[in-house]
Design a binder for this molecule. Sequence first.
Ligand code: HEC
Ligand code: HEC
Length: 349
Amino acid sequence: MKIRSVAIALIALACSPQASAAPDGAALYESNCAACHQVNGGGIGLPLSASKLATVSDNYIKSTIRHGRIGRIMPAFPELSSAQVDAITAYIRSWSGVAGPQYPDTPLPGDRRRGGSLFKIYCSSCHSSDGSGEGLGTGVTYSRGRSFAVMPPAITNPGFLASASDHMIKRVIMLGRPGTAMKSFLDVGLRDNDFNDLVSYIRSFEAKQRIPSAAAEETEKSPALMFDSPNDFATTIASIKSAIEGKNFRYLPDRHLEKGLTESGQVNRRQMTIRYCNFQQLYKMMRVEPRLGVGLPCRITVIENDDGTVQLIAMNMRLIAQLFNNDQLLEFAEELHEIQLDIIDEALL
Ligand code: HEC
Ligand code: HEC
């Protein structure tokens, strides 16, 4: 029992350094955001200026913190609690002295094709032809075009689309963002239906991308996945191994959980970690993100409690990969996550 809670505490600690901090918005901003956004923005992140805050809702800020901009520099912060996200948002909001606007969630009617043509003429020089913002003033790497004090963001990014309502996007295009290259397109002579068409075009990228649903995220928040086994300790281990082989994975020599932590004579033999891998898969992932080495190979730990019940503990690969905010890695982790759940499903039959 004791070692189990220590192990879980260690995993939790490694994955969410802020989990237990009291929600002090200023301190959380300082430790999570200021490195890029400084105070009021500037730096690497987009400015969070008073004029911008007057045009974005609190929900937009909260959702941006949660989802980040996958594949860009802006990280997702799935490990922050709702109270912490609220505290950071309230702190940022306090810079502007005005409450955030509320936008209706209703979609705007528009002609996506026509919007696409307008986009090519008026927007793609900065936001790139597909809105990804790649190319000029890129936010993909830490460099940016010399001509931009503020880089053009990725406006087709799933994190942006999940956060911004149609009405907010329209307002940005109409009014621009003072002090940046994003000017008001009212001044250029675009009209109301042009703005709606542009919004429809930008929104159409949403269907091409995937963002985890709120419900799925809720159940997937824990860094450790735990399952009760219907079988005894030895049977559970044997069935996990056969499920691993069934998936064309190999498992490494048995290792007791406490190995290396306790003198060998005192190791608890009722706590076993089964490490398994498929070298091709590992290689693919390590090439994308070498830091992932700390979490690999995959492992499932089997524990027999004092009352004889047996439990499995596995790492939540999907959640851990999300911390790296890297699309390609997420895809591989997703694959491994499913395989891991299959193995556990089969072992628990
Ligand atoms: C590693 C750098 C980095 C960190 C850390 C970071 N951001 Fe960002 N943030 C960015 C970048 C870069 C963008 C622009 C997104 C793009 O490139 O499309 C951005 C965009 C945003 C936006 C959207 C602004 C707009 O104009 O729409 C908000 C809001 C935001 N960040 C808030 C935060 C908050 C709050 C935190 C801390 C919890 C944070 N960011 C941490 C780099 C960062
Ligand atoms: C000259 C370069 C330039 C052009 C042209 C341009 N933008 Fe921008 N755009 C920017 C920059 C820079 C920002 C970031 C400003 C900020 O938020 O601080 C931005 C921000 C935005 C945002 C807000 C995104 C966010 O993360 O907050 C939207 C939406 C947007 N632009 C849409 C458009 C559309 C649609 C067009 C064409 C009608 C367009 N832009 C043309 C440079 C440009």
